[in-house]
Design a protein around this ligand. Structure first.
Ligand code: SAM
Length: 269
C-alpha cells in the first residue's frame, strides 16, 4: 500500500501521482491555457496539474471518480474556481460542458482505462479544441503510428481519422509517486475538421467504419483478401485501390474510409 500526501494510492483507479515540478511545468506549457478557455481535466487526483492550470485560468472543470480525492479537492478549491464532476469519465457527457469556446481537455489518465476512454472521447471530437494526455508511451506510440509499422493498429486508424496527433515528450517512471513500471508520454490531439477542403473523404457510417477496421485487424498477420473475404470480393478491393495481398497494418486511414463507405453504400458480398 502506497500513501501519497496522506492518501492511499488506489491501483484500481490507476493512481500514479505526478511529483516532478519540471514535468508538470512542461505539460502546462504544452497545454497553454488562456483566460476564457473552457478547460476540463480528467482525473485531477491530488491536484498536481489542477493547481498550475488554475494559476493561468479563472475556472476549471474536473471529472474524478475517487470520493476521497473529491473531498480533498472541495476543501482546497472554491466552487467558483473548480467545478467538480463526480463520477466515471467513461460515462461522462463532455457535451454538457459546451459553452461558447470549444473544450480543451487534459489529463494524466488512468492507464487501465486509456483505450476505452480514448474511444469515448472520439464522439466529442466536434466539440474539442485540443486534448493533451499523459499515457503509457507504448499506447502513445500506437496512437501516432504510421501504416507499415508494427504499432499501426485499430487505435491508430480510429483516432487518426478524427485527430492530428503528435507525441510531445517522454516522461520517466521517477516523475510519479508511486512510479509506474513503464515510460509514459504526452500526446497532443487536435480534431480534424472533416468539413474543411482537403480533409479527405468523410466516413458515411461510423459503425460500419469501426466494424471494418476491427475485422481487418482481428487477424493482422493475414492478407486482407482473406481477412475480409466475407465482406468484400478481391476484385472490389483492387478496384478501391487496395492491394488484396496487403495486411491490415499496410493500408492507410483513407483506404479504410473508402472501404467502409463502399460497404456502407451497399457494395460488398
Ligand atoms: N492528475 C493527477 C496527477 O497527475 O498526479 C492524478 C493522475 S492519476 C494517473 C489518475 C487519476 O484519474 C486519479 O485521480 C484517479 O482517481 C482518476 N480516475 C481513475 N479512473 C477514473 C475514471 N474512470 N473516471 C474519472 N477519474 C478517474
Amino acid at each position: 500500500m502506497k500513501i501519497v500526501a496522506g492518501h492511499t494510492a488506489r491501483k484500481r483507479f490507476g493512481q500514479n501521482f505526478l511529483v516532478s515540478d519540471g514535468v508538470i511545468r512542461k505539460i502546462i506549457d504544452a497545454v497553454a491555457p488562456r483566460k476564457g478557455d473552457t478547460v476540463v481535466e480528467i482525473g485531477p487526483g491530488l491536484g498536481a496539474l489542477t493547481e498550475p492550470l488554475l494559476d493561468r485560468i479563472d475556472h476549471l472543470h474536473v471529472v474524478e471518480i475517487d470520493r476521497d480525492l473529491i473531498a480533498r479537492l472541495r476543501q482546497r478549491f472554491p466552487p467558483e474556481r473548480l467545478s467538480i464532476h463526480e463520477g466515471d469519465a467513461l460515462e461522462f457527457d463532455f457535451g454538457t460542458l459546451q459553452g461558447e469556446a470549444r473544450l480543451k481537455i487534459v489529463g494524466n489518465l488512468p492507464y487501465n482505462i486509456s483505450s476505452p476512454l480514448l474511444f469515448h472521447l472520439v464522439r466529442f471530437a466536434p466539440l474539442v479544441y485540443d486534448m493533451h494526455f499523459m499515457l503509457q508511451k507504448e499506447v502513445v506510440d500506437r496512437m501516432v503510428a504510421a501504416p507499415g509499422s508494427k504499432d499501426f493498429g485499430r487505435l491508430s486508424v480510429m483516432l487518426q481519422y478524427h485527430f492530428h496527433m503528435e507525441r510531445l515528450f517522454i516522461v520517466p517512471p521517477g516523475s510519479f509517486n508511486p512510479p509506474p513500471k513503464v515510460d509514459s508520454a504526452i500526446v497532443r490531439m487536435i480534431p480534424i475538421d472533416h468539413l474543411k477542403v482537403g480533409a479527405g473523404e468523410t466516413v458515411k457510417n461510423h459503425d460500419r467504419f469501426a466494424s471494418v477496421v476491427a475485422s481487418a485487424f482481428s487477424q493482422r498477420r493475414k492478407m486482407l483478401r482473406n481477412t475480409l473475404r466475407e465482406l468484400i470480393a478481391e476484385a472490389d478491393l483492387a478496384a478501391l485501390g487496395i492491394t488484396p495481398t496487403d495486411r491490415a497494418e499496410d493500408i492507410a486511414v483513407a483506404d479504410y474510409v473508402r472501404l467502409a463507405n463502399f460497404l456502407a453504400g451497399g457494395g460488398g458480398c
